[in-house]
Write a protein that binds this ligand. Structure first.
Ligand code: CP3
Length: 351
């Protein structure tokens, strides 16, 4: 059965009336209503772990802007948290774990979370959001890539180069492989639980895959994502569930990503959309890729650049407009409103 929503149609490379748009981190600190709910929750993690509050913030950007998809409000670090590493979000520092994973023995001791109990707050949020959306737009579920999760689990916090994760990959590959195996199992079960609870598409965020060499990317980032793609529920209640892979910094590896069997790939802003189209053709849909750094410029500049990006992707079906990475806290919501309107109003060079 063909989907009606333009976001799901574009992911299947079906014709659409307008290019669909959603924005990575669309529910976040640039919205005053988000900051108010977070204040009320007391902490970011309470927000994530309380389905009613997670649902409320998921819907906030949709009440303001004519976006074509909702994304579950949660975080990629829920899995390591459920493995017992003790996640905390420290103001101005980002995520910090109480415990790190640095040896094969520590990897072997990690439990694989059961999504039905340990991550029940996530699937409860998914079902509640689906109920509250009344099919206005589709809901995207998500998880982090095993490599990106490993970076935070080994380092214990954010980092510019994730040197300790690389040290394990190069120095203790058996430990890294064991960690990947656990994360593949955990993430596949987690995403399938989101799909069974009502997620209509899923995206894997591979924020740090671009830090690897080509061989390293194939072994530590792509291969584990491939195994997840192979294990996902691809049709639920008779409807296709598209999978989007987003590796930041993947310009070298577009063909490899398309070959995983995913339905779409996210492109960061460094990638020329026309080149991506030439290389990928109609093998998968493409998502992206406005530079998030432009959003502090005047709205007309942002809208002109958005039209340039739309034209560069060309008239073929199979484009979902997005930023090349997440929106940052200092952005004026009015600029986002103008961007969404400009994308929907655009008819392409011919029309
Ligand atoms: O896109 C959405 O609107 C859904 C929500 C979402 C969040 N995190 C909420 C969040 C998603 C999809 C994520 C994914 C995520 N989390 C990634 C991958 C995507 C990416 O941006 O590359 C990563 C690497 C993380 C880990 C993480 N969580 C970091 C590094 C931080 C700190 C970032 C910062 O700007 O402080 C978080 C916290 C976080 N996750 C916030 C939000 C809205 C900010 C928390 C707050 O309210 O203070």
């Amino acid at each position: 059965m063909e989907p009606q929503h333009r976001f799901l149609r574009a992911l299947q490379r079906l014709p659409v009336d307008r290019t669909p748009i959603w924005i990575m981190r669309q529910a976040g600190r640039y919205l005053p209503e988000y900051r108010a709910t977070r204040e009320r929750a007391g902490s970011f993690l309470t927000l994530c772990k309380t389905p009613e509050l997670a649902c409320e913030v998921t819907l906030q950007p949709l009440d303001r802007f004519d976006l074509d998809a909702a994304i579950l409000f949660s975080d990629i670090l829920t899995i390591p948290d459920a493995m017992g590493l003790g996640l905390e979000l420290v103001e101005k520092q980002g995520p910090v774990f109480a415990r790190t994973v640095r040896s094969k023995a520590e990897v072997d001791a990690l439990p694989i979370p059961d999504p039905a109990s340990d991550l029940r707050y996530v699937t409860d949020a998914v079902s509640l959001i689906r109920r509250e959306l009344h099919d206005r737009v589709p809901l995207i579920g998500f998880a982090g890539s095993p490599w990106t999760l490993a970076c935070y689990m080994i380092e214990g916090r954010g980092s510019k180069d994730f040197a300790s994760a690389k040290a394990m990959a190069y120095g203790e590959p058996a430990a890294m492989q064991a960690l990947m195996d656990k994360l593949v199992t955990a993430t596949t079960a987690y995403l399938n639980a989101q799909i069974e609870a009502g997620a209509q598409a899923v995206q894997i965020f591979d924020t740090w895959g671009g830090n690897l060499t080509t061989d390293g990317y194939k072994r530590w980032s792509l291969e584990p994502m491939q195994r997840i793609v192979d294990g996902l529920i691809r049709e639920h209640d008779g409807v296709k569930i598209p999978v989007i892979l987003f590796t930041k910094g993947a310009g070298n590896w577009l063909e490899l990503i398309a070959d995983t069997g995913c339905d779409a790939m996210g492109l960061d802003w460094t990638i020329d959309p026309a080149m991506a189209r030439r290389r990928i053709g109609d093998r998968v849909a493409l998502q992206g890729n406005l530079d998030p750094g432009i959003l502090t410029a005047p709205a007309e500049v942002v809208c002109d650049e958005a039209r340039r990006v739309l034209d560069a992707f060309g008239p073929e079906p199979g484009h979902v407009f997005n930023l090349g990475h997440g929106i940052t806290p200092q952005i004026n919501p009015e600029t986002v409103g103008a961007l969404v309107e400009a994308v929907h109003a655009h008819r392409g060079p011919a029309g």
